[in-house]
Design a protein around this ligand. Structure first.
Ligand code: NAD
Ligand code: WQD
Length: 337
């Protein structure tokens, strides 16, 4: 049995589908702070299974102990956390509390029940501003905002945990920029309010919910002057978790692995791809750089290929197509209500 914390969220939900469809039994734990209960029925439809879901906060230790008492959990994939960079600057304590304390409580209970296999959602944000691309797992780390610092701290905590008890098997996965949605159009990213990230924002412009994209900076040292990122399809990413789980089930130790494509695309390349797919004009203005942004970010994918035999397969066109189909399906659903 695999426990998926944050399994109702964007990456977690896609991972649940891949796991169950590969024969794993899963339990989902989520407090629904950034997801909706309706995701559960979509997951049950996509997996043809009835799924066990606990609506609870990871920091509620007693309730978590009850979940471990009830089920024989062999491994945990830990997605639960807050992830909005701007919000983390305004509310740092909420981020340290939710992300760091949540992970501590989880590890304490895992240890108590002798469950010592953990896959953790880290982020490319821990590479900070000082490194040269492509980002390699052994590069020095730094962060530019409290959200990133929570990821950095948790990585350190898990390293220390392993140092103290080498029967743990831990995989730290550093995701680059996940986009796209499930091909069924049933699950995808559903940001609340005005999106902070590029692709959700562009989609809102394409469906007419927002008027115009603000492109943050056109003076970066890139081909067209806009920021370059490593966009990775969420289903590819979800599959990476199966490889990670398989790896820790067969190997002792703690490892850190990048999950990205190794390719970078600029903001304007993403906008053009979206325009071509949606046949909508994406209006944009050029604005000053956003604080904390770096010019170019993409992964060195050597370790993922070697250690996990994982490689992202889907192109930017496929990612944008799936994002577009998902947002359109969601709009149609809203209109029919
Ligand atoms: P998401 O917000 O869609 O999913 C996270 C889920 O965790 C949500 O369903 C939320 O309700 C739940 N949650 C949050 N705090 C909780 C708590 N205390 N107890 C129980 N449930 C809680 O985010 P996502 O994009 O699916 O990201 C998943 C993980 O991957 C996060 O840890 C995030 O920091 C990390 N990550 C995301 C990205 C990205 O761009 N999406 C990139 C790198 C890393
Ligand atoms: C991508 C590019 C922006 C919005 C963030 C987090 C990171 C990780 C992934 C969780 C940049 C530009 C964006 C807009 C724009 N999340 N942009 N106008 O900043 O690479 O990464 O999400 O771990 O930690 O920092 O992603 O999608 O916000 O930005 O021009 O309205 O698009 O400047 O070049 P980012 P993003």
């Amino acid at each position: 049995m695999i426990l998926i914390t944050g399994g109702m969220g964007y990456i977690g939900s896609h991972t649940v589908v891949e796991l169950v469809n590969s024969g794993y039994e899963v339990i989902i734990l989520d407090n629904l702070s950034n997801s909706k209960r309706s995701v559960l029925e979509k997951l049950e439809f996509l997996t043809g299974n009835s799924l066990t879901f606990y609506e609870q906060d990871l920091r509620d230790k007693e309730k978590l102990r009850m979940v471990f008492q009830k089920h024989e959990i062999e491994a945990v994939i830990h997605f639960a956390g807050l992830k909005a960079v701007g919000e983390s600057i305004k509310e740092p304590l909420a981020y340290y509390d939710n992300n760091v304390i949540g992970t501590l409580v989880l590890c304490e209970v895992m240890q108590e029940f002798g469950c010592k296999q953990l896959v953790f959602s880290s982020s490319a944000t821990v590479y900070g501003m000082a490194n040269e691309v492509p980002f390699r797992e052994d590069m020095p780390l730094s962060t530019t905002n409290p959200y990133g610092t929570t990821k950095w701290m948790i990585e350190r905590i898990l390293q220390d945990l392993y140092r103290a008890d080498q029967t743990w098997r831990i995989m730290l996965l550093r995701y680059f920029n996940p986009i796209g949605a499930h091909a069924s159009r049933l699950i995808g990213e559903m940001p609340q309010g005005i999106p902070n990230n590029l692709v959700p924002y562009v989609m809102q412009v394409a469906v007419g919910e927002l008027e115009c994209l603000q492109v943050y900076g056109k003076d970066y040292p890139t081909a067209d002057g806009t920021g370059v990122r490593d966009y990775v399809h969420v289903v590819d990413l979800a599959k990476g978790h199966l490889c990670a789980l398989d790896y820790i089930q067969r190997h002792e130790g703690i490892e850190t692995v990048n999950l990205g494509t190794g390719k970078g695309y600029s903001v304007l390349e993403v906008v053009k791809t979206f325009e071509a797919i949606s046949k909508k004009k994406i209006h944009y203005t050029i604005e000053p750089r956003r604080a904390g942004d770096i010019a170019i970010c993409y992964a060195d994918t050597t370790k993922a290929k070697k250690l996990l035999q994982w490689e992202a397969k889907k192109s930017l066109q496929e990612m944008c197509t799936d994002s577009w189909h998902f947002i359109k399906a969601k709009k149609d659903e809203e209109h029919s209500l």
